[in-house]
Design a protein around this ligand. Structure first.
Ligand SMILES: Nc1ncnc2c1ncn2[C@@H]1O[C@H](COP(=O)(O)OP(=O)(O)OP(=O)(O)O)[C@@H](O)[C@H]1O
Ligand SMILES: [Mg+2]
Length: 364
């Protein structure tokens, strides 16, 4: 396995800029998830690494070797696609062995590699079947196996689980994670499912509009989002974002909005002071908020819009000055639509964003 260094890479399709000066390094044996909304440039990025597309400028190194001018077949990289692209008329065994046969690997070695891959992926009993005789999850494992037999330096995977039903996705997610651990493989994995990325990856690369927004561990991306885009994209339900005006009052900072005001704790006041203008955006995860039936110091008034019980948790949707907030509460807490409530903030977990630059202002 090898490390990947993606440096100042630009990809234009004619006048359209699909990848805008993106840089990131993937360590040897790391699992990196590339996430972002549809059209943000994820597949393009993978295809550049695989060599299926030429880069416009920049440099890609794999294992210390510059590969951007190499043919795809010389890059020693295996790609697993969303539609597994198995050969329908070949057996599982033939499908697995095909990439090696193409490379004129001696037959006994093919046999050995195929049987090892089949064992690892638990598909030995399926070797004589054809793809149509397999379930979606089994086909997915064969597709993985076909990448695996090549012993590549890097695995690239483009939404490999998106054709599977919800239950199978969760199961395959765990299997892929295990596959990564067992092989110590370098994997770059594209998904638009941020939960999949959070649960599997060592690092997340969050993209939007062809630009890399943040490259960090899933914990950091969740706890310390770089900007409003990342804050809104990562986490479900999404982070609540509340525009406010920050005003100095007797040495304190008060955030005000339509029909509410909140005195900011010192750490957040300092952030608000560092904003480029007095316009800020407060960010609060549903779990950092509390719901009260009566007024409490440090809380702001809101009106319940709707209540969603999910079993363990209930999500209350509430309106604050025209913005909808989602707050998780105890299922025992009785709430009705249109009820007046007060929302309390855990200010240790409150984020302050600069409304002008859209960047998070880190405390301290
Ligand atoms: N051959 C092409 N010519 C022109 N534009 C293209 C071409 N291929 C892709 N694009 C554009 O480049 C952008 C990035 O496409 P890409 O396929 O990388 O997105 P993606 O992040 O993989 O999206 P999805 O989640 O929908 O798969 C999109 O706006 C797309 O329309
Ligand atoms: Mg794509």
């Amino acid at each position: 396995m090898a490390q990947v260094d993606f440096r100042n890479v630009v990809k234009n399709y004619g006048a359209f800029k699909a990848v805008k000066d993106v840089s990131f390094e993937v360590g040897d044996g790391e699992f990196v998830a590339l996430v972002g909304p549809s059209g943000c440039g994820k597949t393009t990025t993978l295809n550049l690494i695989a060599g299926l597309l030429d880069i416009t400028s920049g440099e890609i190194n794999v294992g210390g070797r510059r590969i951007n001018d190499l043919d795809p077949k010389d890059r020693d990289i295996a790609m697993v696609f969303q539609n597994y692209a198995l050969y329908p008329n070949k057996t599982v065994k033939q499908n697995l062995g095909f990439p090696l046969k193409m490379r004129k690997v001696p037959k006994p070695e093919i046999e050995k590699k195929v049987s090892e891959a089949a064992k690892l992926l638990d598909i030995t009993h399926l070797l004589d079947r054809r793809p149509r005789e397999l379930s979606g999850g089994q086909q997915q494992r064969v597709a993985l196996g076909r990448a695996l037999v090549r012993d590549p330096q890097v695995f690239l995977m483009d939404e490999p689980l998106s054709n599977l039903d919800a239950k199978l996705r969760v199961q395959m997610r765990a299997e892929l994670k295990r596959f990564h651990q067992d092989l110590n493989a370098t994997i770059i994995y594209v998904t638009h499912d941020q939960l999949e990325a959070m649960t599997m990856a060592d690092k997340m690369a969050v993209m939007s509009g062809g630009s890399l927004q943040q490259y960090d561990s899933p914990e950091r991306v969740f706890e310390e989002p770089a900007n409003l885009f990342v804050a809104g994209f990562v986490g479900s339900p999404a982070m609540n974002l509340l525009p406010a005006l920050a005003t100095e009052r007797d040495g304190r900072v008060v955030a005000t909005g339509d029909g509410w005001e909140l005195e900011l704790a010192p750490r957040n006041a300092a952030c608000a002071r560092a904003s480029s203008t007095d316009k800020i955006i407060l960010g609060a995860r549903h779990s950092s908020l509390s719901l009260h039936d009566g007024e409490k110091p440090g809380s702001i008034p809101a009106r319940i819009y709707t209540v969603e019980p999910t079993g363990d948790l209930t999500y209350a949707h509430a309106n604050i000055g025209g913005k909808t907030f989602v707050i998780s509460t105890d299922p025992q807490h009785r709430l009705n639509a249109d009820q007046q409530v007060w929302i309390g903030f855990d200010q240790e977990r409150l984020h302050v964003f600069d409304a002008e630059t859209e960047q998070r202002i880190p405390p301290g």
